[in-house]
Design a protein around this ligand. Sequence first.
Ligand code: ADP
Length: 519
Amino acid sequence: MVLGVMLVLASCIALGGVLVSRRDVEVRRDRDRQAQHALAGTLQAEARKLEVLYEAHLLSTGELLTQIWHDPESARQLAQNIEGIQHVAWLYWKSANPEMQLNLGFPANPPLPEPTLEKEHRGIPRPRVLLEAKLLFRDVGGKSSGWIDEPGKPLMFYVQVLGTTVVMVIDRHEVEAAMTGHFKTWLTEGFQSVAKLGGPDAVQDAQGKTLCAAGSLPDRQPDILGPVISRFGVWQIVSWDERQMNATYHVPTLAGSLALAVLVAGLGIGLSAQQRRTAKLAAQRVSFVNRVSHELRTPMTNILLNLDVIEESMPDSAASRFGLVREEAGRLSRLIENVLTFSRQEEGCLKLNHGPCLPTEVVSSIVRQFEPALLRRGITLKQTHEGEKTEAVLDADALAQITANLLSNVEKYAPGAAAAVHTRQSKNEFTLTVSDEGPGIPVSEAGRIFQAFYRVDDRVQAGVSGTGLGLSIARDLAQRMGGTLKLIPSEKGASFEFRLPLEVLQNHAGPPDSTLTTA
Ligand code: ADP
């Protein structure tokens, strides 16, 4: 029991120590990303190819537009063929002609800024993007073109042919969306080399929208970003590494708790060994007393039998001395019986044997045995009976032992006093009351006199020998029989009452000719 509790405690301490000292560390494991790098390269090349193609379209459209400045409707149709053109402006080299502006988008709010060379604004003021004439007309006799991609200005592409310049304002997002659409188709083939690695990898547009993916994408930020950059937008090849939780332990905490656990377990083992040793010693003592008592019992029985035989041929002159020998032999025999019963109780092997008997006769035979001794101690004993005297099924030896233990106490503790043994038998119950008018038992001791080895420490009883086992054995036997043994209130001296419900016994009746177990 102690060992179990201590071992459980030690395991709890060890387990608690392991849990408290444990720290989980997330470890990142790099993946091979050759395929992702290769994809980034080819996607970048694809973006560049689209850019060049777009620029070529803008150039050829711009050249045509320089020639049809006077026909806004044709110019509109031409410009609308190209994705992303929002606005077209015609500017002239040192010309007095007014500029022409053509807005291709929906009416914008705020209105689109119009490219112009004018520093001053005439007419209705509109948002303007001021351009430099020396950039637009650097080769007035021939052709020039290029991007105007400056911070704070919309993206523009200009084409100048012989002093006429067409400036096209480009919507980056429109071109970016068109490129994203192209990439989506392109990636169905192009992404295969990455997809077969199982991911997690993806290609996303500038807004973080996924164009294609492999594996299940984690919620956290990607570990690797492979940007694909163009004038119109940025796309990303995103990739995540594997994460693994590694457990580490805080060594001082772990060592401390394990040491404590070992200490507690060791203490438990030590205590349990000590307990076992003590229990073994106690068992050895009980079994030694049991063996000795058993060895004494047989010669004692023989002595008592022979005394009975000798008594018949004993001359009267020696009768009183012989009576003394007989009483002492009887006392010794009872002592041996009590010690044997007690050791059987301790070993848990005491069994009762029920059989039919006359309970009043059992009590009377014990009273007869005690009569000479009581007489010698000046005790006048009165025996009375009330009710039936019929056979009942009970353990006669146990009843005899209870009666003998109670009478032995009268003999020891109430010399010179009056005593009474009263029996009562009804159909359902047998009662035995043994009372005396001796010194009695203090009320404060009443609860303890039935404990094994307990003896009242009293001057009146000083010098009276005893083991402190008589009442404890008597009560135990009474309870095993299904009855009770109590100290009952009396005006004078001590009075013990044994009650035995007979109907209960009949239910538990044993073999008719059995007796109290004798080892
Ligand atoms: P023992 O008589 O061997 O001491 P018992 O268990 O028979 O042990 O009794 C326990 C104690 O109860 C005795 O020591 C005694 O003090 C007290 N006792 C028992 N019977 C009587 C009695 N009839 N009169 C006075 N005291 C008694």
